[in-house]
Ligand binder design. Structure first.
Ligand code: B4P
Length: 194
């Protein structure tokens, strides 16, 4: 089983690339952002709890995210692999992910990070605001999301570097070019594992 974490700041292209990777390799795409947005759209108790937090560009609590991911793993015990998009986002989530995977004898296989400079990130998210009208794509909220990334998510780079799981790919260029680089990095990693 291949457990891939697609890593990067908001707007780096994680969601865009995760869909393509999941399709090519036959893996299950799990976007915690999509899961949370769907709860908000349906007005579930969980959605009502997280709506304001998300709209302000803050991180939803680790406890809720861990609960969500536990149920994802239970429901998808038969898949060949996972593309985790947006999870983990804090050190606590990363450590809990290791615990959850170890319950079925699994580990994180590879962390692929998309490297994109901040100016490009803000531009992309503002463009998405025009196309999709996401409430967290305003300039002020984007700034907040980047601060959250620097404070809580960026430290995961060292966590995964220490485990020699971290690989970085340049995330600027055409979607297809970036996808090809990500795919060949995965294939290379698979061949080393065999
Ligand atoms: P997410 O949905 O994960 O938000 P994101 O980081 O902005 O998504 P992503 O990075 O995938 O955007 P993409 O590049 O695809 O999370 C939203 C919120 O949910 C968080 O702020 C938080 O509140 C909450 N949340 C989620 N997970 C959590 C967790 N684990 N813990 C706590 N809270 C959590 O897209 C960006 C834009 O760029 C798109 O418009 C795309 O078309 C464009 N793009 C992509 N590739 C491009 C390229 N190569 N060139 C030009 N544009 C490109």
């Amino acid at each position: 089983m291949f457990n891939l974490i697609l890593f990067g700041p908001p707007g780096a292209g994680k969601g865009t690339q995760a869909v393509k990777i999941a399709e090519k390799f036959g893996w299950k795409h799990v976007s915690t952002g999509d899961i949370l947005r769907s709860e908000v759209a349906q007005g579930t108790p969980l959605g009502l709890k997280v709506k304001a937090v998300m709209e302000a560009g803050h991180l939803v609590s680790d406890e809720l995210l861990i609960e969500i991911m536990e149920s994802v793993f239970v429901k998808n015990s038969d898949v060949k692999g996972f593309v985790l998009d947006g999870f983990p986002r804090t050190l606590k989530q990363a450590r809990e992910l290791d615990v959850m995977l170890s319950k079925s004898g699994q580990k994180v296989t590879l962390v692929l990070a998309l490297k994109v400079d901040e100016h490009e990130l803000v531009g992309r998210l503002l463009t998405r605001a025009l196309d999709q009208g996401r409430k967290d794509d305003t300039e002020e909220v984007i700034k907040n999301r980047l601060v959250q990334y620097h404070n809580h998510t960026k430290p995961l780079i060292d966590y995964y570097k220490e485990q020699k799981l971290f690989r970085e790919v340049y995330g600027v260029g055409s979607i297809e070019e970036i996808f090809n680089t990500l795919s060949s990095t995965i294939l290379e990693h698979q061949s080393i594992q065999k």
